[in-house]
Design a protein around this ligand. Structure first.
Ligand code: GLA
Length: 398
């Protein structure tokens, strides 16, 4: 038979391109349109570590609603490490039967019944950081399980990954999630090791920039986990990588835990909002002081974090212990944080030129912790900032 090799090759090429394209459409993407503003919610790790259970998650979900956190925008209830104990004979992941006696779907349904969303945790390696079964080799099966349970958010850690390549491993899980067919926010947690900001925009919706946050002002442990001021220094320069649908994640909040004073917690929250950081509360929401509630539910600060433009704030001045941070907002106004790391109260100033405004521009200055308009100003604005505290402002041109 006469074979037209040219035609045959052409046909092969066309088929190959078609298969690749179809593959890209089916697998090669993350769920778009999710996390257009930084995700907000609660995660069990900072406060509870491995002490997670159906009872805890239900009580926390109740507290998100009754405390007003839900109204303030907190949406995802995320169970971190230790919910899983094994795989069954078919390879399906098994939740701890003592701590989750009714299985995971039951917990997810409960969270959903309150109008909240549910998140879960796994790991790209063979085991999670606490030695529970990881997802390596089970990516598609686990993603299917999560989708069947109704999971809305997956945090995917990086322990026990040996020589695995981060981009390939996270892309594999992204594809598995996409194939499973349920829109799920994909939270990459490899601590910034392979600079995920350079490759993860189309892989996940947020990526940890840095090691774990610790419940302190500026401590650092032997693994480089650190207090929020240290993490803040480490994310300088990454601003432009973050935006709607793909966020830098300097880690969860420590507001309401025992290691920070009220003023330090206020500074931590102000700065996380200026950074357009995901706002994942990490405290016991069933038992919050009035100060903790006031900080976590400051809707004016949250509005700066959640601004639709999705810009990350920039440190525009660094005078040693005194820093000025500015975030451009969708309506042309600016979020500003005056941050005092020093041991004495200081008068601090932000100049209009540091916000990209001409000096003659008349602007309204609102103090977002006092919830008060401070007046109309030109050229600059000054405020007294107590030690280890922050003043947060919104400056709106008139
Ligand atoms: C890693 C992550 C943390 C937390 C723990 C759980 O350290 O970075 O956020 O998930 O694992 O073991």
């Amino acid at each position: 038979m006469f074979i037209n090799h040219k035609k045959d090759n052409m046909l092969r090429k066309v088929v190959l391109i078609y298969v690749l394209l179809a593959g890209t459409l089916v697998y090669g993407q993350k769920f778009d349109g999710l996390a257009l503003t930084p995700p907000m919610g609660w995660n069990s790790w900072n406060k509870f570590g491995c002490d997670v259970s159906e009872k805890l998650i239900k009580e926390i979900a109740d507290a998100i609603v009754s405390s007003g956190m839900k109204d303030a925008g907190y949406e995802y209830v995320v169970i971190d490490d230790c919910w899983q104990v094994d795989r069954d004979e078919n390879g399906n992941i098994v939740p701890d039967p003592e701590r989750f006696p009714n299985g995971m779907k039951h917990v997810v349904d409960y969270v959903h019944s309150l109008g909240l969303k549910f998140g879960i945790y796994s790991d790209a390696g063979t085991k999670t950081c606490q030695g529970r079964p990881g997802s390596r080799g089970y990516e598609f099966q686990d993603a299917r399980t999560y989708a069947a349970w109704g999971v809305d958010y997956v945090k995917y850690d990086w322990c026990h990954t040996s020589t695995q390549n981060a981009k390939a491993s996270y892309t594999l899980m992204r594809d598995a999630i996409h194939k499973a067919g349920r829109p799920i926010v994909f939270s990459i947690c490899e601590w910034g090791l392979s600079k995920p900001w350079t490759w993860a925009k189309d892989v996940g919706h947020l990526w940890r920039t840095t090691d774990d946050i610790m419940d302190c002002w500026d401590c650092v442990d032997e693994r480089n986990n650190a207090g929020f001021t240290v993490l803040l220094d480490r994310v300088v320069g990454l601003e432009s990588y973050s935006g709607p649908g793909h966020w830098n994640d300097p880690d969860m909040l420590e507001v309401g835990n025992s290691g920070l004073t009220v003023s330090e917690s206020r500074a931590h929250f102000s700065l996380w909002c200026i950074l357009a950081s995901p706002l994942m509360a990490g405290n016991d929401l069933r038992d919050m002081t009035a100060e903790t509630k006031e900080i976590l539910m400051n809707k004016e600060a949250i509005a700066v974090d959640q601004d639709s433009l999705g810009k990350t704030g920039v440190k525009v001045r660094d005078d040693g212990d005194l820093e000025v941070w500015v975030k451009q907002l969708a309506d042309g106004s600016r979020g500003v944080v005056l941050f005092n790391r020093g041991l004495t109260s200081e008068k601090m100033t932000v100049k209009w030129t540091e916000m990209g405004y001409p000096p003659y521009l008349k602007a309204l200055v609102r103090d977002l912790w006092q919830h008060k308009d401070m007046g109309k100003f030109k050229d600059e604005y000054s405020a007294e900032v107590p030690s280890h505290d922050a003043v947060m402002l919104r400056v709106t041109p008139l």
